[in-house]
Design a protein around this ligand. Structure first.
Ligand code: ADP
Ligand code: MG
Length: 452
C-alpha cells in the first residue's frame, strides 16, 4: 500500500476545482487521501452525508483527476469514519456451524480440470485462495449452468481454510442470503443479520443473479459489500451472466462487481471434456477404456454436469450388466438416455410450479414454518428439485433457506415412499411435471431410483 503525498493530493484537488467547478463544496478542504492501493485511491470523509454526495456527484471527477495527475488508471473509494461500525449483540455472531466447513464433496483444485475455457477463472481462484482480500476483490465468476462455478468457489474455501484454519469463511447461495435478510426484517433483527454478514474474512455468494428484482435485498447487499470491501475482506460471487447482463440489477452493484476481476467460464473443449471424464472416472474408482471416454466426450458437449450424468449412467448400466464398461455398453446406455438433449429444468421453475399449485408463497417454502399446509408443499418441492435437476442435496438445501442436506434427503425419501401408495400424490406429481414441460419424465427419468 502506498501513501499519497500531499503534493499529489493537492494536484488532484486543484484539477477538480479547475475542471469541475460546479461540484466543489467548501468542505472539500477537509477531505483526506488515505492511500493509493492496487489502483484505488481511498479518500476519507467526515460524515456519511458527505460520502453520499461524493459518491453520487463526484466519483467520476475524482477518478478522472487522479488519473490525469498520476498518469495511471485509478479508481476512487470514499470512506467515512462515521456510523459504519456494527457492534455485536448477543446472538449476533455467526454460529460456528454456519461458517464454511469442508464438505464431503471433492470440490477442490486437485479435482478441477483446467482448460482454455476456464483457465482465467481457475487462476484467479487460486490467487485469491493464496491471498484473500488482496489479489482480486471482488472476484466475479460467470458462465452458464454446470460449468464449474460452484466447484471452483468451494475449492477456494477449502484452500483458504487449509492455509488458515481459523479464517471465517462464509459460503452461501444467494437465496439463503435473501432469506436471512427477509427473516431479519420480519423479526426486526437486522442488526444481528448485519453483524453476521459483515464480520467474515471471506464471503462467497453463489448464483448472485437471484438478486435480480429484489430491490431491498440489493440495497442490503450493497452495504454488506461496501463494509467488507473497505476492510479488505474477500468477496467472491458467481452468476449465470456478466454483471451488466443480470436483469434489473442496480447500476451501483454492477459497477462494484466490475471493480475486481470478472472471469467467464466457457463450455469445455473436446480435449477438456476428455480430461474431465478421465478425472471423474478415476475419482469414482471406475475403469473406463479410452474409447468409452472419447465416446462420452463426443456425445455430450453441453456442460460438465451433463458429462458427469452420462458417466453415472454408463457406470449404472455396467453395474446391472456384469460390471464391465465397454463401448458397446456405453452406446446402449446413452442411446436410451435423455442426457445432453433435454432442457434443464431450473429450481426456480419448480418453485413457481409448486407455489402456484398449492397457493403458498415462496418465502413460506424457504421459511421456518412447519404447519402441514407449508411443510408438505415444501417437501414436494425438494423432492422435485432432487428429481428434475442435477443439484446436490446441499445445493437444494441452500435454496430452501439454508437447510441441511439431511433435511432435503428426508423430504425426498418421505415423498418417494408416500407416492408408492398414495395415488393422489402420484397424480399430483405427474401433473406438476407435466406443467413443467417435463412430460415423459414421470415415466422416464422421474421414475428411476432416487440418487443420493
Ligand atoms: P455450476 O456451479 O457452474 O453450475 P458446478 O460447479 O456445480 O457448476 O459443476 C457441475 C459439475 O461439473 C460438478 O460436479 C463439478 O465437479 C463438475 N465440473 C465442472 N467443471 C469441471 C472441471 N473443469 N473439472 C472437473 N469437474 C468439473
Ligand atoms: Mg453452481
Amino acid at each position: 500500500m502506498a501513501s499519497v503525498t500531499l503534493r499529489l493530493w493537492q494536484q488532484i484537488l486543484a484539477h477538480i476545482r479547475e475542471h469541475n467547478e460546479s461540484i466543489v463544496q467548501p468542505w472539500f478542504n477537509s477531505l483526506e487521501a488515505v492511500q493509493l492501493d492496487n489502483g484505488v485511491l481511498e479518500i476519507r470523509v467526515a460524515s456519511a452525508l458527505q460520502k453520499g454526495y461524493l459518491q453520487k456527484q463526484a466519483r467520476e471527477a475524482f477518478a478522472r483527476a487522479a488519473q490525469t495527475v498520476t498518469g495511471r488508471l485509478v479508481g476512487v473509494r470514499f470512506v467515512s469514519s462515521e456510523g459504519e461500525a456494527v457492534e455485536p449483540r448477543p446472538g449476533g455472531r455467526l454460529a460456528e456451524s454456519e461458517l464454511y466447513t469442508v464438505p464431503k464433496n471433492d470440490y477442490t483444485f486437485d479435482t478441477f480440470v483446467v482448460g482454455r475455457s476456464n483457465r482465467l477463472a481457475h487462476a484467479a481462484c487460486v490467487a485469491v485462495s493464496e491471498s484473500p482480500g488482496q489479489a482480486y476483490n471482488p472476484l466475479f465468476i460467470h458462465g452458464s449452468v454446470g460449468l464449474g462455478k460452484t466447484h471452483l468457489m468451494q475449492a477456494v474455501c477449502q484452500e483458504v481454510l487449509r492455509r488458515e484454519p481459523t479464517a471465517r469463511v462464509l459460503f452461501l447461495t444467494c437465496e439463503t442470503f435473501i432469506h436471512h435478510f427477509i427473516e431479519g426484517v420480519e423479526k426486526g433483527d437486522l442488526h444481528n443479520f448485519r453483524y453476521r454478514y459483515r464480520h467474515v474474512d471471506v464471503l462467497v455468494i453463489d448464483d448472485i443473479h437471484f438478486l435480480a428484482d429484489r430491490e431491498s435485498s440489493q440495497e442490503e447487499f450493497f452495504h454488506t459489500f461496501n463494509t467488507l470491501y473497505q476492510s479488505h475482506k474477500q468477496i467472491i460471487l458467481s452468476s449465470d451472466s456478466a454483471p451488466s447482463q443480470i436483469p434489473s440489477l442496480e447500476e451501483r452493484l454492477i459497477s462494484r462487481f466490475n471493480w475486481g476481476l470478472v472471469a467467464r467460464i466457457d463450455r469445455p473443449s473436446y480435449e477438456t471434456r476428455v480430461a474431465i471424464v478421465h478425472k471423474k472416472a478415476h475419482l469414482r474408482g471406475l475403469t473406463v477404456p479410452d474409447d468409452v471416454v472419447c465416446f462420452i466426450a463426443t456425445k455430450i458437449d453441453s456442460n460438465t454436469r451433463e458429462l458427469e450424468g452420462a458417466l453415472t449412467k454408463v457406470a449404472g448400466w455396467a453395474t446391472i450388466n456384469g460390471g464391465i464398461i465397454n463401448l458397446e455398453l456405453a452406446k446402449q446406455a446413452l442411446a436410451e438416455s435423455d442426457v445432453g438433449q433435454t432442457q434443464e429444468i431450473s429450481i426456480q421453475q419448480i418453485f413457481d410450479a409448486v407455489t402456484s399449485r398449492f397457493s403458498v408463497r415462496l418465502a413460506d417454502l424457504q421459511g421456518k414454518k412447519r404447519t402441514k399446509s407449508i411443510a408438505y408443499p415444501r417437501q414436494i418441492c425438494m423432492h422435485l428439485a432432487r428429481r428434475l435437476t442435477r443439484h446436490s442435496l446441499e445445493e437444494i438445501g441452500g435454496y430452501f433457506g439454508g437447510r441441511d442436506h439431511t433435511t432435503v434427503l428426508h423430504a425426498v425419501r418421505t415423498i418417494n415412499q408416500q407416492r408408492s401408495y398414495d395415488a393422489h400424490l402420484q397424480a399430483l406429481l405427474e401433473e406438476i411435471c407435466h406443467n413443467l414441460g417435463a412430460a415423459g419424465l414421470e415415466q422416464g427419468r422421474y421414475n428411476t431410483e432416487v440418487p443420493g
